[in-house]
Write a protein of this length. Sequence first.
Length: 218
Amino acid sequence: VSISNTETILIYLLIAIASLYFIYKNVRYLIVSLFLAVILLSSNLYKKVENLNQNRLTFYAIYNHTAIDCVKDNKHIFIGDSSLINQPDKTNYHCANHWNVRGLSPIEDTQKAIFNTKNKYPLFKLLMSENHLISNHTLICINHSSHDLKTMQHFKNRILFINNYFYKSWNHIEQYDHILLNNNLFSYKDTLLLNTVLENTKASFHNLNSGGSISYEL
């Protein structure tokens, strides 16, 4: 169960005001208590409806690992490298809180896929290959940016995902909408080059090593 800070405050207020009603038998305290209860129930219902209609791709910041979720409604497929897939405790440590918030099942009850293997998952409209993930109108290029705009123009969302220290090619990087970096081992020279490239592109940039996760609507 996931409870936000706002909901926690409302629960404490509800308990406090309900207690005042039982002490003083003042109907105004009862009305306020009922009002707070309605707000809490409405908030919970809204979150459930939102989670039943989600369609997103989430990248997690797990050092030295690849961790990606493809989510449709309240189901998801977890894509990770073989080492991470075999460490459910580590996966839960980094991802369980996000899954609770989104109403998703834990790693033990989740469909899993090994990163960089070829496969199709019709439920999620997901196609995997060695260097790509394709879902709906989203293209994720992994450790390479060799496509030109003509090749990628029919995709509405183009993501470059870099998780390899030996990645050196910045060809056609200006064609991407989002650039994700999942390692902090680049040399100072490479970092300067990346910064120069980013200045000449409109792509958003996110360094997963800063922690947390980032999601994109599919």
